[in-house]
Design a protein around this ligand. Sequence first.
Ligand code: GLV
Length: 307
Amino acid sequence: MLYLHIEPDQQLWLDAFASEAPDLKVVTAEDNPDPDKVRWVAAWNPSEGLFGRFPNLEAVFALGAGVDAFVRRDDLSEDVPLIRLLDAGMAEQMVEYILWATLTVQRDFDRYQQLQQQQKWQEHTARLKKQMRLGILGLGALGQEVATQLAAYGYPVSGWKRSPLELEGVRVFTGDQGLDDLVTQSDVLISLLPNTPQTRGLLNGELLKKLPQGAALVNVARGVQVVDEDLLQLLDSGHLRFAALDVFHEEPLPPEHPFWTHPAIRVTPHMAAATLPEPAVEQVVANLKKLEAGEEPAGLVKAESGY
Ligand code: GLV
């Protein structure tokens, strides 16, 4: 039996399971299931102690791409396979979000918004796609797809990854020097990195000041990667022009946080890429079959890297 823990839209997820795998018994907290009979858990935002209730867990499915809330937990042993979603409709939405942020700067929509408030008719010099260098931090399943699509659309795209990779149309950088090299030549820096001890605070003043004058930051990964005060300082000094932030140290973003009212910041409520029940459930069910057949599931999280 599979235990489902997700909010909101629980019914949509139950419906997706019923249509994708009619023979699979899926239960939720309301069913008050016998914990001994639960073999798998599929969850998002798992509550504290959730996994500890099930002594016979064979695998956990994270219903999202980032598994930071699933690793290093007292109630979940590293011996239980943890499987995350790969893309599942998220790449397309990420591309749209990044395009919106990129176009805001490229086509000066941020400036026109201000000019409208001042009732000023003033045109800015046009900038072409080829003049907007995009730098993507994190070339995992999502990052690779996003990078390829943005490159195909006509932007010069570079990406940064821990280990080397060949990716058509995308310049790939690795290592500390690679990170510096990518940042110094990115007009828009985009984070799609997983949340690990190495990426926490990575987007700090020291790194962000290496961006070219007037660059923009897009964070669609995790808020803890950004040092908020450093970002504010670089925006206030004018070194950076714009930031589109979808994720924050604390979510919901507290009402008193300066990001809410900063003229150069757009705040969105962790909506850049929603997990879509249908493709997500398809992946879970395909992976259940792989597990039953003794094969490695797609999206298996490696304990040593934590993603
Ligand atoms: C959302 O933040 C995800 O990691 O899927």
